[in-house]
Design a protein. Structure first.
Length: 214
């Protein structure tokens, strides 16, 4: 079936935020006495739901997180984004070349994705086509967020392409019955190809991959 819609994740696909956000997380939990490396935080929490992340941190800490911890973490992250956030390399040119309708679907809250897209100059490209797990009530790896985006934009899920970088997002795309493209600049995703996932390492490759599917 020809492609009708491209559904893009935000963090790590449109904006180069994953390392920044997890650096802030490591800094904030270190202030509570919890030692965690950025690599470990990425492995544990990348693409996941904030509530699950907070639960895991609390378990590791062995006590309740301070009141207002999530708000403090989000504020510190936003502060870092305002200083250092950039688009994913090559994504602006890639979006210019994609001829299909596209949208963004993220497990994060709308305020976060709108800030990220504003800071990187991408917001105008997604006005009216932003879908948040907090508004839909579904978080990756559940496929509900992607299925909602497809319905809202009148696309058949079987004719949608999902572009993701995290395992929960990839799993959600597979569960939704969509074509899944995994952006992995580190090249460490060969095991995903056996599950029908198309792995690519540079954003410059994405428009051509989508065009061949379309």
């Amino acid at each position: 079936m020809p492609l009708q819609l491209v559904i893009l994740d935000c963090d790590g696909v449109l904006v180069d935020s994953e390392h920044l956000a997890h650096e802030v997380l490591v800094e904030v939990v270190a202030e509570l006495g919890l030692s965690l490396s950025v690599a470990e935080a990425l492995r544990l929490f990348q693409g996941g739901k904030m509530a699950d992340c907070l639960s895991a941190l609390q378990e590791r800490l062995g006590r309740a997180l301070p009141e207002g911890f999530e708000s403090h973490l989000r504020a510190r992250t936003a502060e870092r984004f305002r200083k250092d956030l950039r688009p994913v390399p090559g994504v602006v040119a890639a979006l210019d070349r994609i001829k299909l309708p596209y949208c963004v679907a993220t497990s994060g809250p709308r305020a976060k994705v709108e800030l990220s897209l504003t800071l990187t100059g991408l917001l105008d490209r997604f006005q009216g086509r932003i879908f948040s797990g907090y508004e839909v009530g579904s978080w990756k790896p559940d496929p509900g967020l992607f299925l909602h985006a497809a319905r809202a934009l009148g696309a058949d899920p079987a004719a949608c392409a999902v572009v993701e970088d995290s395992l929960p997002g990839i799993q959600a795309g597979i569960a939704a019955g969509m074509y899944v493209f995994a952006y992995r600049p580190d090249g460490l995703a060969t095991e995903l190809e056996g599950r029908g996932v198309r792995v690519f390492r540079a954003m410059e490759q994405l428009p051509g991959l989508l065009a061949r599917m379309a």
